[in-house]
Every structure is written in C-alpha cells, then in structure tokens.
Ligand binder design. Structure first.
Ligand code: THU
Length: 128
C-alpha cells in the first residue's frame, strides 16, 4: 500500500537543484490538519548557501502558518535510506519536537525512527 507522504517526498526529490553534489533529496512533512508541505535540496555555486530538503519543507510550512507537524518523510537514492543532517535535526527539533521520521530510498525501502533516537541531547529554548 502506498503512503502519500512517501510519494510526496519522492516527487519533491525530482525538483532538487543539486548540480554540485548530484545528491538529490526530497522531504515531505505532514500536519495534523491534513496538509503536506514538500521540499528539495537547493544548492548554490557558493556552496555554503545550499539548503537541505528538510529545512525547505519545514520553512515552507511555518511561513504558511502551519506548525502542527506529525511526520516527515525523507527520500534519498541511498541503499540504506539517509537520515537528516545535524543542522536539519536541530531545525526539526525546534519546530517539530520528537517527530516521527520516515527515511526512504528509491526502491521503496524505508525505516522509521523518532527524532529523539538520532538527536538524543538537543539544545533548545528550555536551556535559555
Ligand atoms: N542534504 C539534504 O538535503 N538533507 C540532508 O539532511 C543532508 C544533505 C543535501 C545538501 C546537499 O545539497 C546534498 O544533500 C549533499 O550534502
């Protein structure tokens, strides 16, 4: 049975702008209100300006007034589906807390995890 969130992440990956790394990533984040926001990685010749797929998806959602996040799917062309980078873990923690992650590859192999599992001791506003 197909999962619309996984399908959305795989479709978003097709829009990736990754001419430098050739590593395309797609993300799709679902809200409790039934919305899905997608993102892809967007690279730049000034490499440091690159933004990851996960952050594009979260920032699109937040900028459109949605924060009731439930689940995020992340699609990569890796044998073992890739987890989010450290910067994205921090952003996901800020806006989503202990969200469910669905890591998927192009063959449809997927793993699920909670953000806490891969980001066990976060820095956040509770420390400020
Ligand atoms: N990338 C993502 O989009 N998400 C991640 O969590 C890891 C890395 C992108 C950034 C860059 O365009 C490419 O993958 C290689 O690092």
């Amino acid at each position: 049975m197909s999962d619309p969130l996984i399908e959305a992440a795989l479709a978003a990956r097709e829009h990736a702008h990754a001419p430098f790394s050739r590593f395309k990533v797609g993300a799709a984040i679902a809200t409790e209100s039934g919305l899905i926001f997608t993102g892809c990685n967007i690279e730049n010749a000034t490499f440091g300006l690159t933004i990851c797929a996960e952050r594009v998806a979260v920032f699109k959602a937040v900028s459109e007034g949605s924060r009731d996040f439930l689940r995020i799917a992340i699609a990569t062309d890796c044998e073992t589906p890739a987890p989010p980078c450290g910067a994205c873990r921090q952003i996901l923690w800020e806006f989503c807390g202990d969200i469910e992650l669905v890591l998927v590859n192009l063959q449809g192999r997927f793993e699920t995890a909670c953000l806490r599992d891969i980001f066990p001791r976060p820095f956040d506003a509770s420390l400020l």
